[in-house]
Design a protein around this ligand. Structure first.
Ligand SMILES: Cc1cc2nc3c(=O)[nH]c(=O)nc-3n(C[C@H](O)[C@H](O)[C@H](O)COP(=O)(O)OP(=O)(O)OC[C@H]3O[C@@H](n4cnc5c(N)ncnc54)[C@H](O)[C@@H]3O)c2cc1C
Length: 356
């Protein structure tokens, strides 16, 4: 028996044609499905959704063991139904628990308390407030920063609509979301640091960092994604956007961990002092005038490594520009033959395209 529950009744012209793919896509994020007396049931860790179909209507019951999990399962159901019902836009109104949520539970407002350039193109912004403990885990490294629309005088924060989705008072000028890593945090002081790359062709994220003022309020949504798996031997690879994540993971590794980290930066002036206990050798790779996202430095360096074959468990982590991400992921899977739980390769940005 789960503690929180909510329900919605959605009118659909062909419920089966919409609900079948909705369930399939919801399961991409994990979970198991079963059918009981014609009712589709999806079970996730800590949450459950039940879909009862009639000719022109679907009754959805969701349950969860926390209000936050209930919020996420309501969002998943509503957003998938709206996506698969297009161009129809069925009305979804939740009743039950969660109706009292004024803001998304993963949203919080932080205040900028310091701005420091730690290298010529890396700006560290310190934030205070909110509940920074949410970002303590190695699976909670990242967040979305709300970059406010430049035409607005006051920041716009999300509310929760009756359909369970985040909504904005002025949707045309809603904030743009950009992903960043919590570089470090001090839970007792309610403080966290984010290191922003000040890159050419600045989008909203880089622009926010460039113009950051002490005292400004910044909304964040998260955490999301990670992470670091247990292993004997590690191989890290990343450009400056992944440097905050690599640095934080290195700090978290036990002293007996061994391995190598390749970090690509513009030049020597971008090198940071990294302090950690683990036996990881860090090699800095310099683009020396080449534009970010145009070199093969990371993949070449990874290819030069001989992975241990003494029975040590291995974990490879990489974060970089999209084209390099594709090469590294293919190398890990097709040439190194790494299993799913032995590597995590993530595209951190896409040259010539905004993160939108
Ligand atoms: C999980 C995750 C964690 C991340 N953590 C960090 C972090 O801690 N610090 C950090 O700085 N970034 C981080 N990034 C990368 C960051 O989200 C992207 O660089 C993002 O594109 C920046 O948004 P923007 O608004 O500045 O530029 P966008 O609007 O996304 O892009 C505008 C233009 O700038 C280009 N561009 C974007 N990033 C770069 C870059 N680094 N160098 C050169 N050109 C670029 C784009 O190709 C585009 O042409 C992270 C990304 C992910 C997925």
């Amino acid at each position: 028996m789960m503690t929180f529950s909510a329900q919605t009744r959605v009118a659909l012209s062909d419920p089966e044609a919409i609900i079948a793919p909705v369930c399939e896509h919801m399961l991409e994020h994990g979970g198991v499905a079963r059918v009981e007396a014609g009712v589709r049931i999806l079970e996730f860790s800590g949450a459950r959704a039940r879909f009862s179909l009639t000719d022109h209507e679907t009754l959805v019951d969701v349950e969860a063991n926390s209000l936050e999990s209930l919020y996420f399962v309501r969002v998943a159901v509503a957003s998938h139904i709206l996506e698969f019902a297009e161009p129809a836009a069925p009305t979804i109104v939740w009743s039950g628990d969660g109706s009292e949520l004024a803001r998304p539970p993963n949203f919080q407002v932080l205040r900028i308390t310091d701005v420091q350039d730690i290298t010529p193109h890396m700006r560290r912004i310190t934030f205070h407030g909110g509940n920074v403990a949410r970002f303590a885990g190695m699976n909670a490294l990242h967040l979305n920063v709300l970059c406010q629309h430049p035409d607005l005088a006051a920041p716009q924060w999300p509310t929760v609509g009756s359909n369970g989705l985040a909504q904005w008072e002025d949707p045309a000028r809603r904030p743009t979301l950009r992903k960043y890593t919590v570089r470090s945090l001090d839970i007792a002081a309610g403080r966290l640091d984010i290191d922003f790359v000040l890159h050419a062709d600045a989008g909203p994220g880089s622009a926010l960092a460039k113009t950051a003022q002490i005292g400004a309020e910044i909304g964040v949504i998260g955490p999301g994604g990670g992470g670091l798996a247990d292993a004997d031997w590690y191989l890290f690879a990343g450009d400056e956007t992944a440097l905050p994540a690599i640095a934080r993971m290195l700090e978290r590794l036990p002293a007996q961990a061994r391995g190598k980290a390749f970090i690509e930066v513009a030049d020597k002036s971008e090198v940071q002092r990294l302090e950690f206990q683990a036996g990881i050798n860090v090699a800095w790779l310099y683009r020396n005038g080449a534009a970010a996202g145009t070199t093969s430095l990371l993949i070449d360096a990874m290819r030069s490594m001989v992975l241990p074959d003494d029975g040590s468990s291995i974990y490879v982590w990489a974060g970089c520009e999209f084209a390099t991400f594709q090469q590294i992921r293919s190398y890990c899977r097709n040439e190194l033959g790494l299993k799913k739980d032995e590597h995590l390769v993530v595209s951190y940005w896409n040259r010539g395209n905004s993160s939108e």
